[in-house]
Design a protein around this ligand. Structure first.
Ligand SMILES: [Zn+2]
Length: 244
């Protein structure tokens, strides 16, 4: 975060005031004026939230292919692409574990609260929760990006990501971003979306999800949509951050 130097306490003569005005005009019309305003961050933080983990596998196929593994792989594919676009990335989990122990409703809620705490402490510009879908009807397919009802920035992010993800799929598999009322999105306190990349229960979607190449396409599309959507909201990265 950048701070402005405090104004000098000296008494202002007319000449000094004119000089200051001239300096202000110079600043306003120089390329420096394109730099982020004070308080804005040159490298906004995006929190990527790989859904589920540990005892909570999420949806699955025959107990062998687990949503929690796919969401982590997708997050790990997205992170370097976002960083290359100048954003800092924080993952809510970096391996296979739950963020709160136990498997009852209370621990599911604590797990989600922990994800929210991470986004808050990172002062994230946006929270992006990553999931894989399932349906009884195996014909159902394609990506669906959800946003919290009433969250206008979230809606814009969701639509931008949805558009890019749709392009990875044939026309019949394309969907629209949808409003929802989810615990995580409702309490995010920042633009937030939940991405269901594809249906594990659809054979064609599954073929995309299970191949590293397919996940790479999904990750790249999601990042393109996210970066475009953030720009619409005035959230831009300035240059590529140095490695920590
Ligand atoms: Zn899920």
């Amino acid at each position: 975060m950048q701070r402005r130097t405090p104004p000098a306490p000296a008494t202002w003569t007319q000449a000094a005031a004119l000089a200051a005005l001239a300096a202000l005009v110079l600043v306003l019309f120089s390329p420096r004026a394109l730099a982020p305003p004070p308080g804005a961050r040159a490298h906004p933080v995006i929190v990527l939230d790989p859904g589920h983990g540990g005892i909570d596998g999420g949806t699955h196929l025959d107990g062998r292919i687990l949503e929690k593994d796919l969401t982590l792989q997708l997050a790990q594919a997205m992170a370097p692409l976002l960083e290359a676009s100048g954003f800092r990335v924080v993952l809510t989990r970096t391996a296979d574990y739950a963020l709160a122990p136990g498997d009852d409703d209370a621990s599911v809620r604590r797990d989600l609260e922990e994800r929210l705490r991470i986004a808050r402490e990172a002062r994230a510009a946006a929270l992006v929760s990553l999931h894989v879908n399932a349906a009884r009807d195996s014909r159902q397919r394609g990506p669906i990006v959800f946003y919290q009802i009433g969250d206008e920035p979230g809606r814009r992010l969701a639509r931008a990501i949805q558009d890019r993800l749709n392009a990875v799929f044939p026309p019949a598999a394309r969907n629209e971003a949808l409003p929802a009322d989810f615990f995580l999105l409702a309490r995010a306190g920042r633009p937030a979306v939940l991405v269901e990349f594809a249906f594990l229960t659809n054979p064609a979607d599954r073929a995309i999800l299970l191949r590293p190449q397919g996940r790479g396409l999904l990750a790249a599309a999601a990042v393109q949509g996210l970066v475009g959507g953030l720009a619409e909201l005035g959230i831009r990265a300035h240059g590529v951050p140095g490695r920590r």
